[in-house]
Design a binder for this molecule. Structure first.
Ligand SMILES: Cc1ncc(COP(=O)(O)O)c(C=O)c1O
Length: 412
């Protein structure tokens, strides 16, 4: 049993797309991955066989209710939770975070403190800055060390005080790729009675998410970053979700998870998200150890993929470091590769990141230049004026040949 890259690639129909005969190379994955066939099939099936609204006495509505429940249960398994009622769907992670933060704001008072980090995507910063503004709270920042690309421990300890009520921290950076020790931050936050909100958007596509091991209170991610549809989701402890006052309309169901899922949701999106989770199960069953439970199958799907992504990331990093004028901003040593996702930010001396991305685009290689909303990271690295970084993000379907094609363009 081993990772079979050609089988994995065959599960993504868009990988066969060409432009004027030229293959596409997708390294834009941190901004959104390609969708797997199971997701597309699930979405089509829903739209053809069960498309309607919820809670009706007729066939399609009962099928819709069943699908919604099944997808919540599958996502609970995906993040290591047990209760489907603890999973909240929404348009995307940003919208859900703004939504939940608005309810959390009402638990805060003037003088309370909120902790955010300089390594986060703005979707896990601005919602909390807005809460602080609305409630008169003080904001404290966790900094990272631009030499080590990890959180500065002293700054973690200084930021969390006995006035801290919420700590918002990213699991993996969408710019420099560092995976953070969120479990240790959660422990420190809980020691002062604060709640912990984890942004797992960039972690979830690459490693097994386990909310119990992290010990957080809330965690959000986005299925379109793990081979599913454009959708977002959050997990939160049931007692916390039940204790909050949701922004909802009066006739809407007040039980979980519905009380936080405002209006009509994307049912076809939920179907497709279920398909993305089934894709990981398929990888586990076909190429890995498999499992009896859905959680076991999901975990085995990740297990069989992790080494492949790490080797590919090493190949990319080795190639980048060998190109004169390239600086990688992130962890590069072999012994640190377990502490990063394969999302690599680089600059090339004398060349604007936009130009690099354009040259790559000319070769049909897709990457992102700029800040990708990680504005604090780019500022901390002193790269704001010079246009940020080029971001190369690997996914489960990328190959060494694709990486070599990128390296050739960057070298030239
Ligand atoms: C780390 C991180 N957090 C949050 C987001 C926002 O996610 P969404 O587009 O689902 O709102 C992104 C999007 O790129 C991200 O990379």
């Amino acid at each position: 049993m081993a990772y079979d890259i050609q089988r994995v690639r065959s599960a993504f129909p868009s990988l066969a797309e060409t432009d004027s005969g030229q293959a596409r190379i997708y390294f834009d994955n941190p901004g959104g991955t390609q969708i797997c066939q199971r997701s597309i099939d699930r979405m089509n099936e829903y739209l053809i066989r069960a498309n309607t609204n919820t809670h009706g006495p007729f066939r399609t509505s009962m099928m819709t209710d069943a699908l919604i429940h099944e997808t919540h249960a599958a996502l609970a398994d995906f993040v290591g939770a047990e209760d489907p009622g603890e999973i909240v769907f929404g348009q995307n992670m940003t919208t859900i975070t703004l939504h939940l933060s608005r309810s959390l704001a009402h638990t805060l008072k003037e003088g309370d403190e909120i902790v955010v980090t300089r390594m986060d995507h703005d979707a896990n910063i601005s919602p909390w800055l807005l809460v602080a503004r609305d409630r008169g709270c003080t904001v404290r920042w966790i900094d990272f060390d631009p030499q080590t690309y990890r959180h500065d421990e002293a700054s973690v300890d200084a930021a969390i005080t006995d006035k801290t009520r919420i700590v918002a921290v990213g699991y993996a950076s969408n710019a420099i790729g560092t995976v953070n020790d969120v479990a240790s931050i959660a422990k420190k936050a809980h020691a002062v009675g604060a709640l912990v909100f984890v942004d797992a958007v960039q972690f979830a596509p690459h490693f097994v998410t386990d909310v119990k091991a992290v010990g957080c209170d809330m965690l959000a991610c986005s299925p379109y970053k793990f081979y599913g549809p454009h959708q977002g989701m959050a997990w939160a402890r049931r007692d916390l979700l039940e204790s909050l006052s949701p922004y909802k309309v009066r006739p809407a169901d007040d039980t979980l998870p519905s009380r936080f899922e405002t209006g009509t949701q994307s049912h076809e999106g939920m179907a497709a998200t279920l398909g993305a989770i089934e894709h990981f199960e398929w990888m586990g069953q076909e190429m890995g150890a498999g499992g009896i439970t859905r959680r076991e199958r999901i975990v085995s799907g990740f297990d069989v993929m992790v080494d492949y992504e790490r080797d590919l990331c090493k190949h990319l990093l080795d190639g980048l470091l060998a190109i004169p004028g390239i600086t990688v901003h992130g962890l590069t040593r072999d012994e640190d590769l377990a502490d990063r996702v394969p999302t690599v930010g680089v600059v090339k001396k004398g060349v604007h990141p936009d130009t690099l991305a354009q040259r790559l685009a000319d070769a049909n290689i897709f990457t992102w230049p700029g800040h990708y909303y990680a504005i604090e990271v780019i500022e901390r690295l002193g790269l704001t004026e010079s246009g940020g970084m080029l971001r190369i993000g690997l996914g489960q379907y990328n190959t060494r040949e694709e990486v070599d094609a990128l390296l050739n363009v960057l070298d030239a």
